[in-house]
Write a protein that binds this ligand. Structure first.
Ligand code: BG6
Length: 609
């Protein structure tokens, strides 16, 4: 979804807002824009189609001001164009607004205002709100914004400027994330903490239905509907700027793939005792008696997090013997799920802001069910609204296609499996085996990363294929889905993932000569079966790429290319095997000249339903 940022200071803010937008660009990159109040009180607006660099190039030397808002767009209403780029202004050109979210009743508002003689300049839902604020303005910007918000339905994170109030920004949140940054002689507002880390560590998280006014030296927060003042806690963010840099890698995605050994150490630090096979999850604030009452687990998520959830289902059912269902969050609430007090709903989200997953969380809470979160972004909405949870400590993930957050989520689910398994029937020796297996993961992934060169060659061989298939069995089936998603997301190759055996019931019809078929064919109890599946595809001319267990010479007979990975326990193999699949997609995308970190039509977290 879009990224918004604003600053009210004593010095020129244009350059800092551009830097801030670049940090937010993973939220959308269809167009960008900025509004500043110049020293002479005039409202200056600049907008450009495409990435923030286009806007930066369009900023003339005289584009300066000490109060400003900026926006990077992920288009929902109105094609990417200059007229649909934010900020949007009111009829008087005094008010300028940037918005993240969707105004659902914008057509009604537009019709009402048009009847008042107001002309609209864009196709967006957002302009309706800008015009409505102008319509309600009677000298008090805060009140004009509040009155307008009482009439809109939908989601928003907004920041509003008014040239009649040059040292003030009014902002508000409902459904889309919004954070205040409390600085020295400058205060900020932004969609997330990444652009704030360069300026302050002190932040305030706004909740739904809250609004705020910031000036260079003060801020106030209150409820939109009741005007009631809200006393907020200033919290600290522990994000280092270096974490937001590429550190010499050509892309954030490749940097994040290479961070996975350290990330998995972070997920386990202070939680996994390899000697005793014990797991302590500080955020799991319910006691063993309550945990034992859990009769069913429902995992709900979107995208890559959903694939991690599916992997978790195999782990929890196999080793903790608890029935698990995995639900697409976007379907969950509309399917009127049947939940009981003995259920535990687990929502998984890297960003902690995905609207569909948030809605699933709220649905489960509304039915009185305990909700646990597995999130990466500290202080995110989902993390704050769940009853308890586990942070994945993967650090900021900037590449739009998720990599390190995925293996961190699977590792967190493996720790949870160990924790719940020991409460149920998991044998101590199996618990030890799992604990030792988790402890070996970082080294095993380092080994796989050393072999990136071979993966790169294979990727270049398959990079011009229009289609490909990913096949796996058991624990490796969810990973086949994830491998295919990576290839779709960043290389735009139409890839499908399937349970290998399911292939012969239809998808095998897709296979023709030279079509790449990627098999996750590691040595586990499904090995013989998957070798037969490989032969079935070879018989139709497939170009078989096998992810195999090192030392398995037999697989060479059936495959065109083999990528070896170290032997790991069946439930942990997907964490190791994920890396060559991430690299395969990455090098294919590079070979095809795709924008790896900002793939077309995607955004890092989608905060609208
Ligand atoms: C998509 C991202 O917008 O949302 C994916 O492009 C991600 O990478 C999915 O997996 C779910 O996001 P989250 O933050 O809820 O895990």
């Amino acid at each position: 979804m879009c990224g918004i940022i604003g600053c009210c200071g004593r010095n020129d803010v244009a350059a800092s807002l551009v830097e801030g937008l670049k940090r937010l660009e993973y939220r959308g990159y269809d167009s960008a824009g900025m509004g500043l109040i110049a020293g002479n009180g005039q409202m200056l607006i600049r907008r450009a189609v495409g990435p923030v660099a286009q806007l930066e190039a369009a900023l003339a030397d005289d584009f300066h001001g000490t109060t400003g808002v900026a926006h990077t767009r992920w288009a929902t209403h109105g094609v990417p164009s200059v007229k649909n780029a934010h900020p949007h202004t009111d009829a008087s050109n005094h008010v300028a607004l940037v918005h993240n979210g969707i105004i659902e009743n914008y057509q009604t508002i537009k019709a009402f205002l048009a009847a008042q003689g107001i002309e609209f300049r864009s196709d967006t839902d957002t302009e309706a709100l800008a015009q409505l604020i102008g319509y309600h303005y009677k000298g008090d910007l805060f009140e004009a914004v509040r009155r307008a918000l009482l009439e809109v339905q939908g989601t928003y994170g907004i920041a509003v400027l008014d040239s009649r109030h040059p040292q003030m920004i009014v902002c508000a949140r409902n459904g889309s994330p919004l954070i205040l940054g409390i600085g020295n002689s400058a205060n900020w507002v932004a969609s997330d903490a990444t652009p704030l880390a360069a300026h302050t560590r002190n932040v305030i998280y706004l909740e739904d239905g809250e609004m705020a006014q910031i000036t260079p030296d003060s801020y106030r927060t209150s409820k939109v509907i009741s005007r009631e003042t809200v006393v907020k806690t200033v919290e600290r963010i522990d994000m280092e700027i270096e974490q937001l840099e590429k550190r010499g890698y050509p892309h954030f995605m490749l940097k994040e793939i290479h961070e996975q050994p350290e990330v998995i150490r972070n997920v386990c630090r202070g939680r996994l005792n390899v000697e005793t096979g014990e797991v302590r999850l500080g955020g799991l604030t319910i006691d063993n008696r309550e945990l034992k009452k859990i009769h069913r687990i429902i995992i709900s998520a979107c995208g890559t997090s959903w694939h991690a959830g599916l992997g978790g289902e195999y782990m929890l059912e196999t080793y903790a013997r608890i029935p698990v269902e995995v639900e697409y969050a976007s379907e969950f609430r509309y399917r009127r799920p049947i939940l009981t007090p003995e259920d535990l709903v687990i929502v998984i989200s890297q960003s902690g802001e995905t609207a569909d997953t948030l809605a699933a969380l709220r649905e489960a809470k509304a039915q009185g069910t305990s909700v646990m979160g597995i999130c990466n972004v500290v202080g995110s909405t989902i993390a704050r609204e769940t009853h308890f949870g586990v942070y994945t400590h993967a650090g900021p993930e900037i590449g739009v296609a998720s990599t390190k957050a995925y293996t961190a989520q699977l590792t967190a689910l493996a720790l949870l499996t160990l924790r719940l398994g020991r409460l149920h029937h998991l044998m101590p020796e199996t618990a030890f085996e799992i604990a030792r297996g988790i402890d070996k993961l970082p080294k095993q992934i380092e080994q796989v990363l050393e072999n990136s060169g071979q993966v790169k060659k294979i990727a270049e061989e398959m990079s011009q294929a229009p289609n490909c298939l990913y096949l796996g069995r058991g624990f490796n089936f969810p990973l086949a889905l994830e491998g295919a998603l990576k290839m779709k997301e960043i290389a735009y190759i139409h890839a499908e993932g399937y349970p290998a055996a399911e292939m012969k019931h239809g998808p095998i019809a897709l296979i023709d000569k030279g079509m790449p078929v990627v098999f996750i064919a590691t040595r586990d109890r499904t090995y013989d079966k998957i070798v037969s599946n490989i032969e079935e595809t070879r018989a139709r001319g497939a170009f078989v790429i096998a992810i195999a267990t090192e030392g398995d010479e037999q697989i060479r007979k059936y495959s065109d290319r083999v990528i070896y990975i170290p032997q790991a326990m069946d439930m942990l193999t997907p964490i190791v095997a994920a890396v060559p699949l991430q690299l395969l997609a990455y090098y294919c995308a590079v070979a095809r000249g795709c924008n790896v970190d900002k793939p077309r039509n995607l955004a890092k977290s989608v905060t609208v339903e």
